[in-house]
Design a protein around this ligand. Sequence first.
Ligand code: ADP
Ligand code: GLC
Length: 493
Amino acid sequence: MRVLQVGAEVFPLVKTGGLADVLGALPQALMGAGADVRLLLPGLPAIVDAVLHQKVVRDIGPAFGAARITLRLGQMPYSHVPVYVIDAPYLYRRGGSPYQDAKGAEWADNVQRFALLGWTAAHLAAGELDPSWLPDVMHAHDWHAAMSCAYMTAHPPTQAAPVFTVHNLAYQGLFPPGDFHLLGLPSRYMAATGLEFHGQLSFMKAGLKFARRVTTVSPTYATEIATHEFGFGLDGVIRGRGGDVRGILNGVDGKVWDPEHDVGLLARYTAKDLSGKARGKQTLQAELGLEQRADVPLFCVVSRLTSQKGLDLVLGALPGLLRQGGQLGLQGTGDAALETAFQAAAQANPGRVAVRIGYDEAFAHRLIGGADAILVPSRFEPCGLTQLYGLRYGTLPVVRRVGGLADTVVDAGDDNPANTGFAFDAATPAALEHALQRAIHAFRQPERWHRLMQRAMAQDFSWDGAARQYLTLYEEIVAPDVERAARPLLQTA
Ligand code: ADP
Ligand code: GLC
């Protein structure tokens, strides 16, 4: 089974969220399960600079406003996963994030930047750019890669089957309808049956409409996105795909997140010997300027600060958390209002609340490793990875029962032997505060807390299971014994 994985970010080279963790780990897991996998990535500076042994496989020439585009094949550092890099300096070699400039504004030419990603995926899938490697499946992730599904449909006959994974329906890649002519697609695609979405051009819809299968990153989110409440206006399109929509839960990359081997931790630990975790908590409290007390429950947050993540609930529940003797350590970046509010909370509660605004991968490991519990009170959460890291590190998750959080954290009522964390339903500070009370109550019973930690750490969220499910899904849609042949390069837009 040959699979091309297409996305805009990948750990450890470019990361704005969990999508990068998935694109870092999934190809390796699929390879471990016997698939022949290659990645396709845009040539962002950190990618062009780090991919090993790059060789030109095709000069694409000018397209999408770029004068010169070259497709190279190399290897990911560390994992050695083969990776195609689209080197288009005019479109990709710039600072800032993959999606926004340094001031946080969307790049004005995102329509071309991500159309090129999709276009290249489709032409690779057709065997036109590298005839020596013809994929059976082209698997695109999020709106950034979704146009591949439209291009593959527009230029039949591509034998590869397109699969599209929704990591977050809130980000849809919407552009003014006047940009449609930049895509080089027949005009019938700019219709409600195609990419048109309330008068705008939607890249997300390209994936939802034209992929052979649509997946998302947890079973619960797969049912939620078919509802008005979670569908961001696309629930009708998703319902229209019926049984083609599946939820496959993300895993944890055990090479990156494992308390027994985590070089980022001062003292490593296992479920059997948790002494390193206690030492980590002490050092973390010192590092954050919190009172160094083992008997005080330390809650942490590692998150983008956006309305999705429900962190306003944490602000609302904070007085209650502090009244009950808890501490809070937060690492995050995002909305200015949330950053300011958390900084003010830290200033008002020295020694008890510590806030670090910014993005720091190494610190995220120390924080999750040293804290007693991790808060993920999201309004919606397609999968969520930090609660999985929390489980693995014996840092008990306190989560809202939505999306992947509902699928991964067990809270079947006090003292249920299956519990691995604390869950609440209503998106209100009072509901979170009640869950925090229950967590603090459990923390004050060391034996009970210890049992919960052991159970949490014993959960298996490895990527192997997810990889097997993806392979089963691919096998459903790949025609057996099809003659595969390369075709000449199509006209570029
Ligand atoms: P999302 O993708 O919606 O942001 P996930 O929980 O799936 O949520 O993934 C978030 C990823 O980003 C995790 O790997 C988490 O550790 C990381 N992360 C988020 N914010 C920060 C931060 N400020 N510093 C370091 N890592 C962060
Ligand atoms: C998105 C979602 C998050 C998910 C991640 C990886 O960013 O917000 O819930 O874990 O993608 O799939």
